[in-house]
Design a protein around this ligand. Structure first.
Ligand code: NOJ
Length: 537
């Protein structure tokens, strides 16, 4: 198996991880200083959200120079040191590549927008429409509400911005754009990065005829949609581009460099990105971000992805990231349920991803829309606050980006006391923090550490096949491997459950100490999960 097939990815949002120079903003040196936390946790790969030059209007997902480091995060020398220090600890490193768009302050766009005839006139997606009064078509932004077309005064034309107006989409049909961006990829590969998470890769190519999307209300990626984005998402050309990008990565193999796509769609659409083993290696499966806390739902979802991504393909499950609600908040604040989900995430077949603070059970930090620094939240500022508080998938992403909670001091050890962190620290940091949980065997951190240790110790969890068991009330599956099988059982109900696990079974881990082996039966109180070495039946 290649390293990435067996790894666990830990997502660092550098702005909120650790501030080494006391300006209230996290930085690369802060990440270097805290790498041992990842080692202690047992993660295999660190994925860093963007730290590239940017006016920070979307906190780095609006790049002005893909090969430069934003000064508040550090320097290229820091990047080199981070790679070196991570590698010295056996960690792999992935960067976040924003390929779909740049900042509107990127010199390429400044030039492109200046006239219809400049050398970069065709580097972005420009169209006439019907003059300034009529947009070229009905394409919407990722937020669905505003149109994706923005008026460019100098050119008297519309430009496409699929996310926010200040993030114009690059024209990937232009070979010069492709060549320039491939050089960016080579630039980082040469410095030793092990792979990339590809931002908005599903939207990268659009219909060249700019046909309008059909009106068909429904849900997509857990969010309501009015138009079905057939002409703007998951186009077959995306897969061709995935192959080309992979070929660029393969120029630098070994070690094998990995591409992980941010794509939304049906399992079949997602599977297509892996091509014949020569496309992306991994795609996020975001269904767990919109999960229902039920055994039946989890069983169905795992079964769907098992059939779309059979071995040796690896599903890539996600419970949290910098865009979506924290797990504990999704399950109504019940930490026991979050523990059960952690157990499923880290024992199902695939590459799990953990978002910083998830391992502590960090909570959303409520921040009203009117105080939001998140540009998406500002789009939704019209939502009354009382209503906003009742929406489970609240649009203010600040709430999941507050500083990492290292200890119980005033700024949670994120930045020095007396400095104002860029986002407020969650008041619960006095209790919920790394220092407090490190030596507490009943903590969430201990649970994550224990699960990751099990993954290391049992090849079945890293590389075994997955077989769902036909249990009605519990979610149960076996991970089978020549070196020994492992059984996982999760009770997501409000009443106790029991499961036959064979004579001589051994309890390897449980989400709480009240899970028992009673002869050949595993007894699970409500909202508990366990990992067992099965006995003889
Ligand atoms: C997806 C990223 O996860 C999100 O944080 C960002 O704002 C958008 N892409 C735009 O790049």
């Amino acid at each position: 198996m290649s390293w990435w097939q067996e790894t666990t990815i830990y997502q660092v949002y550098p702005r909120s991880f650790a501030d080494s120079n006391g300006d209230g903003v996290g930085d690369l040196r802060g990440v270097i200083d805290r790498l041992d936390h990842l080692v202690d946790l047992g993660a295999g790969t660190v994925w860093l959200s963007p730290f590239f030059a940017s006016p920070q209007r979307d906190w780095g997902y609006d790049v002005t120079d893909h090969c430069a480091v934003a000064p508040e995060y550090g320097t290229l020398a820091d990047v080199d040191e981070l790679l070196e220090e991570a590698h010295a600890r056996g960690l792999r490193v992935m960067f976040d590549l924003v390929l779909n768009h740049t900042s509107d302050e990127h010199p390429w766009f400044v030039e492109s927008r200046s006239s219809r005839t400049n050398p970069r006139a065709d580097w972005y997606v420009w169209a006439d429409g019907g003059g300034r009064r009529r947009r070229p078509n009905n394409w919407r932004t990722a937020m669905e509400i505003p149109s994706a077309w923005q008026w460019g005064e100098e050119r008297q034309q519309w430009y496409l911005a699929s996310f926010l107006p200040f993030q114009p989409d690059l024209n990937w049909r232009n070979p010069e754009v492709k060549a320039a961006m491939f050089d960016v990829v080579r630039f980082w590969l040469r410095r030793g990065v092990d792979g990339f998470r590809l931002d908005m890769f599903g939207s990268i190519m659009k219909d060249p005829a700019l046909r309008s999307n059909p009106f068909r209300p429904g849900m997509l990626g857990g969010l309501p949609r009015l138009w079905l984005p057939v002409h703007t998402r998951n186009r077959p050309e995306n897969v061709a581009l995935a192959r080309e990008l992979r070929a660029v990565c393969d120029e630098f193999d070994p070690p094998e460099r990995v591409l992980l796509g941010e794509v939304f769609g049906s399992p079949a659409e997602l599977r297509a990105y892996l091509a014949e083993g020569d496309g992306l290696q991994l795609v996020f499966l975001f269904d767990f971000l919109t999960y229902r806390y039920s055994a039946a739902w989890l069983r169905r979802t795992i079964a769907r992805f098992e059939s779309a991504f059979p071995p040796p393909l690896q599903p890539t499950y996600v419970l949290e990231n910098h865009d979506r609600s924290r797990t504990v908040d999704r399950v109504g604040g019940d930490e026991e349920k979050a523990r059960v989900l952690a157990c499923v995430l880290l024992t199902a077949r695939g590459v799990p991803t953990i978002y910083q603070g998830q391992e502590l059970g960090m909570r959303n930090t409520y921040i009203p829309l009117r105080e939001a620094r998140d540009p998406v939240a500002r789009v939704f500022r019209f939502i009354p606050e009382a209503l906003n508080r009742r929406i489970p998938e609240r649009p203010n992403r600040d709430e999941v980006r507050t500083p990492m909670q290292w200890d119980g001091t005033a700024n949670a050890g994120f930045c020095p006391e007396g400095v104002e962190p860029w986002l407020p620290v969650n008041p619960d940091h006095t209790r919920r923090n790394v220092a407090a949980q490190r030596d507490d065997p009943s903590s969430m951190l201990a649970l994550y550490r224990g699960l990751l240790r099990l993954r290391r110790d049992h090849a079945a969890l890293r590389a075994g096949t997955l077989h769902l068991l036909d249990e009605r009330h519990v979610l149960a599956y076996e991970r089978r491997h020549d070196s020994g099988d492992v059984l996982v059982a999760a009770n997501l109900e409000d009443h106790p459950a029991a499961l036959p696990v064979g004579t001589g079974a051994r309890l390897l881990l449980a989400t709480r100490g009240d899970v028992e082996l009673d002869g050949p039966a595993l007894r699970l109180p409500p909202h508990r999960a366990a990992v067992v070495a099965p006995g003889r039946t």
